[in-house]
Write a protein that binds this ligand. Structure first.
Ligand code: ATP
Length: 337
């Protein structure tokens, strides 16, 4: 197995008696893009700051290859951690030109010119090198922040909501570019975000955090397809949890029989997603369409069952309308808890 670049073991951070990060553990392999996903206040930033050395943990260890960043005896200074940090607000020096911002951290003066030329090209900033920060756009400033971080040749880059000040299209483009650059340069990264789409798009693997704890770690696909709990499932878009009585790999529910991913017996909760179900006209059914929403590429219909409102995706051209009697079929085995 590949040796870890970074190993976080039972890391905790307290502010007074308040536990902001609660015994989190994970590993990062070299070159991996990793994301910490969680709602506001769950402790993601604190965990990232602790890895950077900007927050002192109360417990646990942080190890970078053979070097201890933090344990009960050691607390390595941030500038000795070979780690770059990219913030939401870019943290660009306003009084320095774009090129001076980029080369700020390069200690060897003889290396500055070559590094600068390479980074300006890599980030598409050649024509802006001599400008001042107020003369370029938000997206370009974020590129400057990335170039400045790469200039110190970090093996690890930590990013705290770096795209949240950018419009959605630019954020997506920059995210993909950064991922490609990190992969090409062999840089490992941790992205902190509350945006599920951003984490899915960027990360090879990710951790879901809530109230200081990591709830599950896996590839985006694992977390979406096989969430371990209903709480984790609820992070990932629209879903509904319905009750059922399981018998092996099938459960009887208010919408009929539903196939399950795992074998179970007795009462269970089943995760339904809008894209995982089909509806069919059925005059005999007691279920009917409550609402139809046109969303451009598709329509989403809602159906009231005795216990829940269930959402199902249909084609944008579907002629289904409010009041139509329908039956629902789950087309793939569903996660259950
Ligand atoms: N310096 C501090 N002193 C006291 N409490 C703090 C401090 N920094 C953070 N906290 C608290 O710790 C908890 C975790 O904060 P943190 O900033 O890590 O969350 P987050 O998941 O990054 O949230 P957001 O996405 O809103 O930035 C929050 O309840 C926050 O109020």
């Amino acid at each position: 197995m590949t040796k870890a670049l970074l190993t976080i073991n039972e890391l905790s951070c307290h502010f007074g008696s308040f536990c902001a990060v609660d015994k989190i553990s994970f590993e990062l392999i070299p070159g991996e893009c990793f994301a910490l996903l969680g709602s506001s206040g769950c402790g993601k930033t604190t965990a990232l700051r602790a890895i950077a050395g900007l927050e002192t943990p109360s417990h646990g260890t942080i190890q970078h290859q053979e070097q201890i960043f933090f344990d009960q005896q050691t607390n390595l200074a941030p500038n000795l951690r070979n780690t770059g940090f990219i913030f939401q607000d870019y943290a660009i020096f306003p009084h320095l030109s774009i090129q001076d911002n980029i080369t700020f951290g390069i200690k060897d003066a003889s290396q500055k010119k070559a590094h600068l030329e390479r980074l300006l090209k890599l980030l598409g900033l050649e024509e802006h090198a001599k400008k001042m920060p107020h003369q370029v756009s938000g997206g370009q400033l974020q590129r400057v922040a990335i170039a400045r971080t790469l200039a110190i040749k970090p093996s690890l880059v930590l990013m705290d909501e770096p795209f949240s000040n950018l419009d959605a299209t630019l954020a997506r483009r920059l995210r993909n570019e950064i991922r490609q650059i990190f992969k090409a340069e062999g840089v490992s990264s941790i992205l902190v975000t509350h945006n599920q789409e951003e984490a899915f798009d960027f990360a090879d693997r990710m951790a879901v955090m809530e109230q200081g704890k990591i709830l599950q770690i896996g590839t985006p696909e694992d977390l979406y397809q096989q969430p371990q709990t209903a709480q984790i499932a609820s992070f990932f878009g629209h879903c509904q949890i319905i009750s059922g009585q399981a018998q092996g790999k099938t459960a009887t529910t208010a919408i009929g029989d539903v196939p399950l991913q795992q074998e179970r017996q007795g009462h269970c909760q089943i995760l339904l997603r809008p894209e995982n179900m089909r509806i069919m006209p059925n005059a005999e059914s007691s279920l009917s369409i409550k609402e139809v929403r046109f969303l451009g590429a598709r329509k989403e219909v809602s159906i009231q069952t005795p216990d829940n409102e269930i959402f199902v995706n249909v084609s944008a051209r579907s002629q289904i309308k409010v009041g139509d009697s329908i039956s629902i079929t789950a087309i793939d085995p569903c996660p259950s808890f």
